[in-house]
Design a protein around this ligand. Sequence first.
Ligand code: MSP
Length: 474
Amino acid sequence: MDKPYYITTPIYYASGSPHIGHAYTTVAADVLARYSRCMGRETYLATGTDEHGQKIAQKAEEAGEDPQNFVDARALEYIQLWAEMGIEYDGFIRTTTPAHKLAVQRVLTALYESGAVYKGEYSGLYCVGCEQFKMEDDLVDGKCPDHNIVPTQMSEETYMMKMTELQPELLRRIESRELDIQPEQFRGEMLSFLTSQKLEDVSISRKNVAWGIPLPFDPSHTTYVWVDAFLNYLTVFGWDGDADVIPVEWPADVQFIGKDILRVHATIWPAILMHLGIPTQQLLYTHGFILSGGRKMSKTVGNVIAPRDLLDRFGVDGTRYLLMSLGSFGADVDLTVERAEAKYTSDLVNGIGNLASRIMKLVEKIPNYSFTTQVNGFDAAYQDHMDHVRLYEALEMVMTRVRQMNKTVDETKPWELMKTDIAKGTEILYALVADLSWVSLHLAPFMPETTYTLGEDMLCDGKPAHLFARLEKK
Ligand code: MSP
């Protein structure tokens, strides 16, 4: 069997309800997966929930709930939301499942026995929001900039994983793009980090966090939540932790992440794989943050937009479109309800919706019309964008075509031509229907619901991307 094209999202902390950032990453991954399937490629999209660690234990306690019950309810929220957002994942992994836990323990035993993990002492500043040790340089006014909290000074006996000795090889892989990081600015950031700083060995266990996977060789410790979480990318296939028998889907072709979790994904994760002798992932695709009104979304500021707010107002495809049209991946993007409403109206209601209904109504005026349009696969430039995960650029190409088509309709006035010059009017309408089919096919990964219904007789046969539109006067 050929290696399937394997796409991952991060697994989301089961500490609260899904927020817009989670929806953003997951929709992007789903768009790429749908495109890949349309190309006739076997594709596997994995997502899931990250259910251990101090933060989750604290949240469960605050809610007065047993942690397992607490994470069960949160995981269900994700599963429900993804179903409502048209996310067609192939695997959903939860890190509290017995099979995952056993695999993690097996990996830890292997790392310990090979000497990659050793007992030590660690002291440092720990941010529970990030579930990460922080360096002084990472802080702003003594606080973690992502969580606005003062990290706690911690000093405890811990098991450490060797990192320093892997630094030259890690750097080589990133430089050679064997482990690629995109967009380019993030690759640059990681390269300058790895060339300017020494990679310190990392703590991979916690002594006082009960809500985690016990180390098999020292059950008084639990596994550091990030090590537990990274292995999801393999355990989602039911992998049992044996480094000699890895899933056929691995290595991941594209791992979507937000910029706040780039460093761990480009250091600790490949280090685990390198210690185990497993190939590293091929591409880390990194996005910026969604801000609202230029500020981080927060309850105190009152600018939080929940995924369900968008779904209720704009439906599945509207929400997916609005998220994917926010801007190129890389920079931070901005989302406000007012802007979303304006964009929904201009691009979807007036742009595509109006265009399609105008064309379909005019077609009715052609006497005995009967024609088939066929779109033979995706446009080369669009394919190039999608193959390089430039989803926004691909979507913009389609929207440019929509704008041109609307202009053509306004300028040529086919409804007048149908009275004065039927031949000319018919010719223009035939071309517009062909264009509409093109738009329909190219929007399919982004807006799967709308595009299958844009005109009754249009259908996408899926493999590889083809679209036929058959229109006949009944
Ligand atoms: N559980 C870890 C990931 C483990 S993967 C082995 C985690 N979870 S998270 O729930 O906190 O965040 C998951 C993702 O959401 C990250 O990629 C993060 O960048 C993204 N986002 C969180 N807030 C965001 C925005 N406001 N905007 C866009 N993405 C954001 O980290």
